[in-house]
Design a protein around this ligand. Sequence first.
Ligand code: HEC
Length: 89
Amino acid sequence: MPALVHAEGNPETGKALYKAHCALCHGGQGQGVPPMFPNLTSKPLEAYAAMMQNYRAGMGHKVMVEMAKSLHEQQLEDLLAFIATLPRK
Ligand code: HEC
């Protein structure tokens, strides 16, 4: 699978996807709900891209593996583009 390049994502589409699929656990602004759900604002975007790829390949937390596998690659790009717009910690 080619590396995820967030520059190819659409942050507006990503925002809608995020609200529908991610905000429940990771918070509306990616702030997370410690200690259960990690924030999505403290690591470099490349790290999140790599993590999503690993999840998609079946590695890591089961919840996230299921989540990542249910999304298309373009949707992951869009999500990463949106995550890039979140206020950083
Ligand atoms: C049902 C709850 C739930 C939903 C919904 C969910 N996640 Fe997660 N996510 C988790 C949990 C739990 C972890 C922590 C896994 C671990 O401890 O390894 C996690 C971890 C992550 C991580 C790794 C963060 C880190 O710093 O380790 C990323 C990135 C991530 N999720 C992105 C997303 C995205 C993008 C979506 C929406 C497509 C999403 N998650 C939806 C529960 C969820």
